[in-house]
Design a protein around this ligand. Structure first.
Ligand SMILES: *Cc1c(COP(=O)(O)O)cnc(C)c1O
Length: 359
């Protein structure tokens, strides 16, 4: 007799973490879009004074952080909802907006967590293929909205292709979205986005009553290990996000680290600028070598290696570049330290020479 379990879980894949090289292996972990810089000294120093209170639950209202965010973003405190990473908040958004079987619409390929979160919430994921350039096909997404659609994710820049949607395209999309449907702009990589035509989530939040924005401290701010992210959402949605949140999911350490990061944004900006510059010079070098890599506005690059993906990934792996391969589709490689970026350029060029692909 086996234990009774939820049958629909058979159909749900477990979230797959980016592969990590074994201890002592000479390799670069470039599979999870982590920040290659160590945490800021000021963040570490501030956290050590917080360690003495870990016998207590955190203040779930996080007044210090909410205050810092409202000042930074120019929004009201009741619009902010926190979570243990923005992936938790993405789950809260699905729980807060969908009734069983309602549809959650997003582009594919996009963030791996969306279909899993939708299934776990009892919603139905609806995936609209990216266009031939790895970008959101917003007209096709608008056409895929039904009376069951409750939520739309637009991942901008898109993980894993690095493409962005422009303001005019999102305005045209919004004109076709019924006001009852919440559109979430997931901006996990917004700090690396230097495209002046790109849609900016907060602008859309201010201009439309049915838009929310997802931000995280994991990527540009280098706090992936502490798990903290947030939504800026219409107040009635934000109130329901708080209801669906796991109680005390956001620790006091995470809150403090986020506040300190906002206080030291100029130091972080230097690092962000360096990562953006490294991305651009890597792309330029690959193109000089005849490789047609997709433009990226994130802290990673995308190679559409198609059927050659596993072969190319094996060559990269052997050379110490641990990327994220999506078999049959492409490879995402995070921008890393200067040494890592050198290794990426060298190995991608030789890997694509060995396993010619349509990248
Ligand atoms: C990394 C990522 C997130 C969130 O990460 P957290 O660590 O949970 O904040 C959200 N969306 C996308 C598209 C991401 O790539």
């Amino acid at each position: 007799m086996s234990i009774v379990q939820r049958t629909s879980l058979h159909a749900i894949p477990a979230y797959k973490q980016g592969a990590t090289p074994g201890a002592g292996e000479q390799a670069f972990k470039l599979s999870s879009n982590e920040n290659p810089y160590p945490p800021l000294g000021s963040v570490i120093a501030g956290l050590s004074s917080e360690l003495g209170t870990i016998n207590q639950y955190p203040n779930a209202a996080a007044p210090e952080l909410v205050g810092a965010l409202t000042a930074r973003l120019g929004v009201e405190p009741e619009t902010i909802a926190l979570g243990a990473g923005s992936v938790e908040v993405a789950g809260q958004l699905i729980h807060a907006t969908t009734n069983p079987g309602d549809e959650v619409l997003f582009a594919w390929r996009s963030f791996e967590a969306y279909p899993i979160l939708a299934h776990v919430a009892g919603a139905t994921p609806v995936m609209v293929p990216l266009d031939g350039h790895g970008a959101h096909d917003l007209p096709a997404m608008a056409a895929a909205i039904t009376e069951r659609t409750a939520l739309v994710f637009i991942c901008n820049p898109n993980n894993p292709t690095g493409t962005v949607v422009d303001t005019a395209a999102v305005d045209a999309f919004m004109a076709q979205v019924p006001a009852r449907v919440l559109v979430v702009i997931d901006e996990a990589y917004v700090h690396f986005n230097t495209d002046p035509d790109s849609a900016i989530g907060l602008d859309f939040f201010h201009r439309y009553p049915n838009v929310a924005v997802l931000h995280t401290f994991s990527k540009a701010y280098g706090l992936a290990g502490l798990r903290i992210g947030y939504a800026v959402a219409p107040p009635e949605v934000a109130a329901n996000l708080r209801k669906t949140a796991i109680p005390f999911g956001v620790t006091a350490l995470a809150q403090r680290a986020a506040v300190l990061s906002l206080e030291h944004e100029d130091e972080l900006q230097v690092r962000i600028d360096e990562l953006v510059a490294a991305r651009e010079s890597l792309l330029a070098e690959l193109r000089t070598a005849g490789i047609n890599a997709t433009d990226s506005q994130a802290n990673f690059i995308w190679l559409s290696t198609g059927d050659a993906t596993e072969a190319v990934d094996a060559v990269l792996r052997a050379a110490g570049v641990w990327a994220r391969a999506f078999p049959g589709d492409g490879i995402r490689i995070s921008i890393g330290s200067p040494e890592a970026n050198k290794a990426i350029a060298k190995t991608v060029i030789s890997a694509l020479a060995e396993a010619p692909a349509n990248a």
